[in-house]
Design a protein around this ligand. Structure first.
Ligand SMILES: Nc1ncnc2c1ncn2[C@@H]1O[C@H](COP(=O)(O)OP(=O)(O)OP(=O)(O)O)[C@@H](O)[C@H]1O
Length: 292
């Protein structure tokens, strides 16, 4: 089971800043979504509203056809794991936290929780205050995955986790998702690391929607052009260049913009290789601008 999300004209204002600015977004559900945005772009605010941590004041947030705020049927099915420490209460043990999560979540899976504890080498009896930062994150991830909530959201939940643990998380998430499809939203700044998981990508900037597309389509908004330096320079002349690298006589230039069939044929004739743009390069391009 998975939940769809329909957001219409959502606005969140603080005295100094408009965190979400007339945002309209529809996620059909049953996919893994990447939520990308620079610092302060409104990701946490958006996820908190979807998770019913707070009431919507302007606009609408609809999950599975209903407003989630103070809606017990829905909130049992929505799990938001924020950065390290969120699901934990100091003084509690790992085991107690899992027991509590199990009571709250009708879809909870004990075996999955057990496997994840082993994977992340989390000691069940250890007090949470004695866990390292990475271990706290791993506990949050364990709760998020084992909850099997039809809508599960991870908001930069990997903080403090080392690279092997993060990769173990990505693999565990993918495996679990294949066996139990649901709606998963991942907000992250480690874009290239997680990009392979995203089926669709949502980019927000200053509370506004910048892009919402399936990942492959988004990556086709430009191209990485590789080949002999002179030919690459000629081919990309006049295009919006996102970055370039040179190694001897070979050059790689990343460009933004549609490259039509004719241009692609020219590239082939000139011995150039065209491949989709890295998500991170696109993200930087689409969200650059004055953030002062
Ligand atoms: N309680 C609050 N009071 C006032 N302003 C707030 C509050 N919470 C968030 N903001 C502001 O709203 C904007 C959006 O914040 P939010 O935490 O949603 O961004 P984010 O995309 O999650 O950022 P990051 O990637 O840095 O975690 C920021 O400018 C932030 O300073």
């Amino acid at each position: 089971m998975s939940l769809g999300i329909d957001i219409q004209g959502l606005t969140v204002r603080y005295p100094d800043v408009t965190a979400i600015d007339d945002l309209t977004l529809r996620l059909a559900g049953g996919k893994i979504y990447g939520l990308l945005g620079r610092n302060g772009s409104g990701k946490t605010t958006l996820l908190s509203l979807i998770a019913a941590y707070r009431r919507v004041r302007e606009g609408r947030v609809i999950v599975d056809g209903q407003e989630p705020f103070e809606n017990e049927r829905l909130t049992q099915q929505i799990c938001l794991i924020r950065e390290a420490g969120d699901v934990v209460i100091d003084g509690d043990s790992v085991g107690n936290i899992l027991r509590r999560a199990r009571l709250l979540r009708p879809t909870w899976d004990d075996d999955a929780a057990e496997r994840l504890l082993e994977l992340f080498e989390l000691p069940r009896r250890r007090g949470v205050s004695k866990l390292s930062r990475g271990q706290r994150s791993a506990l949050g991830i364990t709760v998020g995955l084992a909850s099997r909530a039809p809508l599960t959201m991870f908001d930069e939940s990997y903080l403090g986790m080392d690279a092997p643990s993060r990769y173990a998380f990505y693999d565990a998430l993918l495996e679990d998702y294949m066996e139990h499809p649901r709606t998963i939203i991942l907000s992250t700044h480690l874009i290239e690391e997680v990009a392979r998981l995203f089926e669709e990508v949502v980019i927000i900037d200053r509370g506004r929607l910048v892009a919402h597309e399936d990942t492959d389509t988004l990556r086709m908004r430009g191209a990485a052009v590789v080949g002999p330096a002179v030919a690459v320079d000629d081919f990309t002349a006049g295009m919006t260049v996102l970055g370039e690298q040179r190694l001897g006589g070979t050059k790689s230039v990343t460009v933004y913009g549609d490259i039509g069939e004719d241009a692609r044929r020219v590239a082939t004739d000139w011995g150039l290789e065209l491949s989709p743009v890295a998500l991170q390069d696109l993200f930087v391009h689409l969200t650059k601008g004055d953030h002062a």
